[in-house]
Structures are given as C-alpha cells and as structure tokens.
Design a binder for this molecule. Sequence first.
Ligand SMILES: [Zn+2]
Length: 116
Amino acid sequence: MDTTGTCKYCGQTRAVRVPKDSPEEVIDETATAECNCPGAKTARKVENFMDKVVEIFEDIPEVSKLAQEAIGLINNNKIQKITIMPIDGTKVTISSNLKGQLKITRERKIKKEVTE
Ligand SMILES: [Zn+2]
C-alpha cells in the first residue's frame, strides 16, 4: 500500500510503499531507509559496517558484541580508538579517522624464531 512515513532522524515525511497492514514502525523504518538526510545516511553506513564486524568475529560472538558496543561509542565521539586482545592471540583495533570513517582490523602476528 502507498502511505506516508516519517524519517526517525530528520522527521521528514515521505511517501512509501509497504505491504498491506504494515505497522507504523515498519512504515517509518521504510521512510528512514529511503531518506537521504545525514542522520539516515550515517545510520545506513554504520549498519553495513556492523554486518562486516559480525563477519570478522564469526568465531567469537562475545567479542563481536563488545566491538559493536565500542563502535557505538566511537560514533558518539566518546572514544577515538580501542584495542581488544581476544584470548586466541589476535589483536583487534577499531578506530575512526578525521572524516568519521570507521575501520576495524583483526590481525594475528606470526613470529618465527630459531636458535641453534
Ligand atoms: Zn531523514
């Protein structure tokens, strides 16, 4: 059905097409997903990033949760960078640059040493 939804970031209303009898939440979510205001754009960007974070931590969902929480804090400008050291020996760094671009790195250092 065609109806009018409200973007939850800018409050702008827009015409949206949703399945019949959709609840207000779904209607507003659709309007938000189609809105091009900075708030909605940032939310979409973060959502995509979160999907990638979940992939990176497929093997340790507990750390995935922590990382997602940290991303929330980075996005709210509460922290700039965080390093997590999971027990598996990898090192995770989550940061945001001056443009607000989020970055996550999970690395495993391999050191080979031989003595006679
Ligand atoms: Zn909007």
